[in-house]
Design a protein around this ligand. Structure first.
Ligand SMILES: Nc1ncnc2c1ncn2[C@@H]1O[C@H](COP(=O)(O)OP(=O)(O)O)[C@@H](O)[C@H]1O
Ligand SMILES: [Mg+2]
Length: 281
């Protein structure tokens, strides 16, 4: 694959302050309330993510992972606590298009080609005062879809559709990429391949990534650190440093260091806490 040059866009990012991108979460609690119910989804969560870091959040279903991501993405307000993204409130960061999202479903427009779907990433973001990360053909090369520019979503596999979603999120050059179980709907084999594909893309685009997953191997292979959450109300059990050398290849998954990280995370996920009343009806 031809080497891509991101020099120009990095200069733009520096000028706009986006290069200082980072996340600060301090004592964040989120309670969903309506007239009859109150659900404490996240309790007293604190962590920071530095520029260029790849951090995963792992935890059981319903522990507040998506809620945390939505808070950071400016889509849900906190009940208590402080959140900063690239030195701004999440809503401001979102308005400035500092944040790219990739969800479990790629949500592509069926009547638009791959190229036109990626282009939409730019068209939907006219307020983003910055140059695209690179040209659309270069972006398609980055995600390995250069031969599918004119294909329609129905002609693509699930993994390829998710690459389009990644390209659409990256094209407007956000400083932060929020990914919520992006490979959750893929079969095991494609999922295994996609994590290395994402590593390759990340090593070139060098964005700060916050990645939600259920998969321990996926979290370890990808991340600099893994935030382990407890079941609802979601609390941060611990943050595990993944001190494995990069670049990471598939044989890493059988190394003793990898297995030690995996055991550590499993143990944290198994730790039982006293039952708490977290919702009332
Ligand atoms: N908009 C909402 N209104 C009410 N409850 C919600 C809402 N969104 C999430 N929840 C509740 O918050 C908890 C955490 O949800 P979520 O963040 O989606 O968990 P996860 O992504 O870890 O599976 C769940 O109990 C869920 O039912
Ligand atoms: Mg979720």
């Amino acid at each position: 694959m031809a080497a891509l040059s991101f020099q120009a866009s990095q200069a733009t990012a520096a000028q706009t302050g986006a290069s200082q991108s980072r996340i600060i979460i301090e004592s964040v609690t989120k309670i969903f309330r309506d007239r009859t119910t109150s659900v404490e989804a996240v309790r007293d969560a604190s962590f920071r993510v530095s520029d260029g870091e790849f951090v995963s959040i792992i935890g059981p279903s319903g522990c507040g992972k998506s809620t945390l991501l939505r808070i950071i993405g400016g889509l849900t307000p906190v009940t208590r606590g402080r959140v900063e993204v690239a030195g701004r409130s999440p809503v401001e960061a979102q308005h400035r298009k500092d944040i790219g999202f990739v969800f479990q479903q790629p949500a592509l427009l069926a009547w638009r080609t791959v190229l036109a779907n990626v282009e939409l990433g730019l068209r939907l973001n006219p307020g983003a005062h910055r140059e695209p990360l690179c040209s659309i053909p270069d972006m398609l090369r980055l995600v390995g879809l250069e031969d599918f520019a004119k294909a329609y979503p129905y002609q693509l596999s699930g993994g390829m559709q998710q690459r389009v979603a990644i390209a659409r999120a990256l094209i407007f050059d956000p400083s932060l990429l929020l990914m919520d179980e992006p490979f959750g709907a893929l079969d095991e084999i494609t999922r295994d391949a996609m994590r290395y594909e994402l590593l390759r893309i990340w090593s070139q685009a060098r964005k700060t990534v916050l990645f939600v997953t259920h998969s321990i191997p996926e979290a370890i292979v990808l991340s600099d650190r893994v935030i382990v959450m407890s079941s609802r109300p979601g609390q941060i059990r611990d943050v595990v440093d993944i001190d494995l050398p990069r670049p990471r290849e598939q044989d890493l998954e059988t190394s003793p260091q990898f297995l030690a990280c995996s055991e550590r995370i499993k143990k944290l996920l198994r730790t039982r806490e006293p039952e708490r009343m977290s919702s009332t009806t």
